[in-house]
Design a binder for this molecule. Sequence first.
Ligand code: NFS
Ligand code: SF4
Length: 635
Amino acid sequence: MTMKLSTDPSAATLLPIAKKEGISTVWDRHRAMQPQCGFGQLGVCCRICWKGPCRIDPFGDGPQRGICGADADTIVARNVIRMIAAGAAGHSEHGRHVALALQGVAEGRLPAYQIRDEAKLRAVAAKLGICTEGEDIPAIAAAVAKATLEDFQNQDHDAPCNWVEASLTKKRLERLQALHVVPHNIDAVITQIMGRTLVGCDADPVNLILGGIKGALADFDGMCLATELSDVLFGTPSPVVTAANLGVIKPDAVNIAVHGHNPLLSEVVCEVAGQMDEEARKAGAKDGINIVGICCTGNEVMVRHGIPLAANYLSQELALVTGAVDAMVVDVQCIMPSVSEIGACFHTAVITTMAENKIPGATHVEFREETALENARRIVATAIEAYKRRDPRRVNIPDFKQTAIVGFGVESVVGALATLNAEDPLQPLIENIANGNIRGIALFAGCNSTQVAQDSSFVTMAKKLAANNVLMLATGCGAGAFAKHGLMTQEATLEYAGDSLKAVMTAIGTSAGLNGPLPLVLHMGSCVDNSRAVQVAVAVADKLGVDLDQLPLVASAPEAMSEKAVAIGTWSVALGIPTHLGTMPQVTGSAKVTELLTQTAKDLLGGYFLVELDPNLAADKLLEVIEERRKGLGI
Ligand code: NFS
Ligand code: SF4
């Protein structure tokens, strides 16, 4: 039974323990929720006003319009673009937070932070068209923060957001401008979506979806700026060897799991933990403090500092069931509210930190950038105190962990390629794509969902694409899945890559000093770091003088669930990338919206959604798309 819920071996060990202890997990609740509401699954349930809820009969016998007169097309379109708005709000709020921190550092107000990557700051300034000649670092940082914050403030509808403008090919920008979907102000675009979807407003499904695409591009803007400014503040990732899965939790250490998304908190917790190691040892933990990551906060500290990843989304509760996590420190997004209850079954301190994200039953230690060091010290001290209450008889750490080589940002990918051709680093990549050694590139992103046996679709698809010589990049919980299943190793490349891919990965890896091939899947970071993959694609497209929708590039979210994934998937389509979904999007109650997203989008944007629940067939379909694109390029 367990194997159907998750393919993560840790789940097989810990689910029976959870059962014995009477702890309900995400999978128990999923089962209890069956059968799930068919109207909701189709997207035809409307709760936008209190005359409702209204639901459209998908079989045509019952009501075909809500009480106000909205039909299935309007209802589905409104529902899906509200999801996009929520996703964009999450990512851009994260981005704003980072931008404000950069501004604070520039003004000397935030002693806990500094600019760790000055070269990146200069590169970002250049990208945004900011003149840096003769300016010192704080002045450049202030100018970059100002230009970034304009993306939340600009009121000129015709002036695109600075980051979107700087992050796309010229052709793509023009194509999107012709459709009037380029955002001018992240906040305004999100507000517009909420406004136009009120009862009695925009009822035209095409117009609504175009509004949603604009919202998705606002999401992209927020991600670009979050990623790049995080690199400036915390360092740009470079390859590092670490490990993944619950076996990274140590029996003789104070284990602190950092969970959520925003690196502003976790970075300081990591730093303070280093300073407080001795206190942990004094409390009896002979291995000191051990920080492990969960979800995207985990990915952020993993790619920057090699902190091991304990769990991706679906196994966050199981981290607590090990009985050896002393504190779970959470910030924002993807934190199951159940963690406080499970933490309470053990000695674990579940600590919320953000004023706008609290969980009943958790301890709240408010985190502010101005007092970051003090807040982090309190958090680590709480973990050490909790450790003293740990019951060693209830500790069950699964003996599973896999090595993972992670940290492939744009700079490190280009750096590795530069060891083959210093003058023109992209040339070896382009050459190998052109001659077919690499058939194409696939970006795996997105979540885990209870609709899929955890990690199974990621792993099945990756093995098939690898055998067919597709270069793979990953972010978010997808990256977590690959790391846990040993696909971010050199051995995986030797075992699963097709011959020509293997040869290329070996040539690049060896010349970059890795003593063997690059890992089979390149870990680019958290979900906001999807913008890194776009940066590589834009560089390749610019060099070839083509647009993104001509490249043999595909994206896949085989186990998507979050509204953030809806936003990301939609901008991926808007950028011209065929985008696979392996879970059923809640839009199929409208033939018109489904057609718009899966077919019409192809003519309008070049990208489109491809829905296929079977991972084997999905891989075949993506391979077909890649070959079709190659043909278009004449390669
Ligand atoms: Ni992305 Fe990362 Fe994971 Fe999904 Fe959640 S943690 S931001 S939303 S579940 S990949
Ligand atoms: Fe029903 Fe219309 Fe109200 Fe939606 S907006 S709940 S369809 S009356």
